[in-house]
Design a protein around this ligand. Structure first.
Ligand code: FPP
Length: 255
């Protein structure tokens, strides 16, 4: 497998140059249910095939040289789904970690989990910790698994931590700036996503990386997640590479 340069020197590097690959791609894997319903199958079959698409996508991202891949696997709002579907998704996460961790580790991929772990079942929490510990020193792609993740919840937890530090006298209110908030988010140390891909034709962010998406580019794919393949991924990458990013400034042409 192709492994790109060491991560450490890269985290502080400027954003990718125009026409370059995105350094960080984040994925909203939508449409499992519709994929299944269109085939007369139960929704859980859509999630099962969704896991296959996820495996394919991770392999392709590593091969392409993406440095960070974030996957929205279970949102803090997904608890409102019927209990059997929630249990199935929890089981799928277990299966993913148990069956794929060795391959992921061998591909030099580092796993990082974001989201609220405290309300997860202890067995799942332990699996997530195991995945992070095993892959901690890997220097290839970072796979960020957003599980029980919601952006508003993440921001609220960061702000609560700041309030506690102020109350304890360790932080002055005037020292609270953007960096102080960002460094207390689950994504501290991870560059913001350059490209966010959402499948299945929906045009929403759905409480995903709202702070981090300030200057992200978006690609909306009509494909239902279980059908997302290398060609659909490459299409999103070339769409991104054709964009001009200004980060609130002006283009060289306009100056
Ligand atoms: C959205 O489709 C998808 C999810 C809520 C779960 C995403 C899960 C996977 C891609 C499988 C891998 C899972 C883990 C935990 C590693 P939807 O059910 O909202 O589809 P719909 O909008 O068509 O109903």
């Amino acid at each position: 497998m192709t492994v790109s340069p060491d991560r450490k020197s890269e985290d502080t590097a400027p954003d990718p140059a125009a026409g370059a690959l995105p350094r960080h791609v984040a994925l909203i894997m939508d449409g499992n249910g519709r994929w299944a319903t269109a085939r007369g199958l139960p929704r859980t079959e859509g999630h099962r095939h969704g896991l296959e698409a996820l495996r394919r996508t991770i392999r392709h991202a590593v091969k392409t040289g993406i440095r960070y891949l974030t996957i929205y696997s279970f949102s803090s709002e997904n608890w409102s789904r019927p209990q059997p579907e929630v249990s199935f998704l929890m089981g799928l996460l277990r299966r993913f970690v148990q069956r794929d961790l060795t391959e992921i580790h061998n591909a030099n991929v580092r796993i990082k989990v974001i989201g609220d772990r405290l309300t997860l079942e202890p067995g799942i929490r332990a699996l997530l910790v195991e995945a992070e510990e095993l892959t901690r020193n890997n220097t290839g792609m970072t796979l960020v698994v957003a599980f029980n993740y919601g952006s508003r919840d993440e921001i609220a937890r960061s702000v609560r931590q700041l309030a506690e530090e102020v109350a304890a006298g360790r932080l002055a209110p005037e020292d609270i700036d953007e960096d102080a908030i960002a460094s207390r988010l689950d994504t501290a140390g991870i560059p913001d996503p350059d490209l966010i891909i959402r499948t299945s034709g929906e045009l929403r962010l759905s409480n995903f990386l709202m702070w981090q998406a300030a200057y992200s580019e978006f690609h909306f794919s009509p494909v239902h997640w279980p059908d997302f393949d290398e060609a659909a991924f490459d299409l999103a990458l070339s769409d991104f590479m054709g964009r001009e990013r200004r980060f609130g400034g002006l283009t060289a042409k306009a100056l």
